[in-house]
Design a protein around this ligand. Structure first.
Ligand code: NAD
Length: 210
């Protein structure tokens, strides 16, 4: 079966399955039942079984699904979509909002990994995205070949985290922090400031609107 034959709703769930399977794989788990998977990704098990049935008999009764088999299968399917994966660093108020929004629906970009220093949220899945400890940033960026990060950490952490991201090979940083970060010339930084945008809008309304 090719990705064109898979229903759209199923295709949309694949990245969620894929991300969770990656976490299972990293923890050394070799098989999983559709019920366990259902609980983890918040999709009911009948839907999961139906989704997986589009790929042929990947599960065995009483055994569940082989994590490695599923992973290599999803990898192949998902790569055909040519999605650009980006990482989010700092899963606080703003970070959560961006994770919740994610970009996949309207574009070929999506946040596929998140990082934080807060022990309470690392190694969990937030809005379908795995949250890794910040100490793994460099390694995971290389491993997942992520070249773009969104920076939503507190100002005081911004420069150090940006440097870690650069060490992880990133080529672009979308910087939401108010700090102007210093990075090598070949790394692009896009600063986003909602207050600025709003003030610009108000300025134009005050000065040019009739
Ligand atoms: P927050 O405190 O709610 O979230 C920050 C998150 O970063 C937390 O989850 C925290 O655990 C994590 N963190 C702290 N140090 C870290 C480190 N060294 N490595 C990894 N994670 C770390 O803050 P917020 O309200 O979400 O704001 C985040 C940033 O975005 C701030 O710098 C804020 O000024 C900025 N901000 C910008 C705009 C804008 O328009 N550009 C709007 C709102 C907030």
């Amino acid at each position: 079966m090719t990705s064109e034959n898979i229903p759209r709703a199923t295709a949309k769930r694949l990245p969620i399955y894929y991300r969770y399977l990656n976490i299972l794989h990293d923890t050394g788990k070799q098989r999983i039942s559709s019920t366990e998977l259902a609980e983890a990704v918040q999709v009911d098990s009948a839907t999961i079984r139906r989704d997986f049935s589009y790929f042929g008999a990947l599960g065995k009764r009483g055994y569940g699904y082989d994590v490695d088999n599923l992973l290599s299968f999803f990898k192949q399917i998902l790569n055909q979509e040519h999605l650009t994966n980006v990482a989010l660093i700092g899963v606080g108020n703003l970070g959560h909002a961006l994770l919740n929004f994610n970009f996949h629906k309207d574009s070929n970009v999506r946040i596929s990994a998140a990082f934080d220093s807060n022990q309470e949220i690392v190694n969990t899945i937030e809005d379908g995205v795995p949250v890794y400890p910040i100490g793994e940033l460099e390694h995971q960026l290389h491993e997942q070949q992520i070249q773009v990060v969104i920076l939503t950490v507190p100002s005081k952490a911004a420069q150090a985290v940006a440097e870690q991201a650069v060490a992880g090979g990133v080529k672009g940083i979308m910087n939401f922090t108010p700090i102007r970060i210093n990075v090598p010339e070949d790394v692009l930084v896009q600063n986003v400031d909602l207050t600025n945008e709003l003030q610009t809008l108000i300025y134009f309304i005050d000065n040019f609107s009739k």
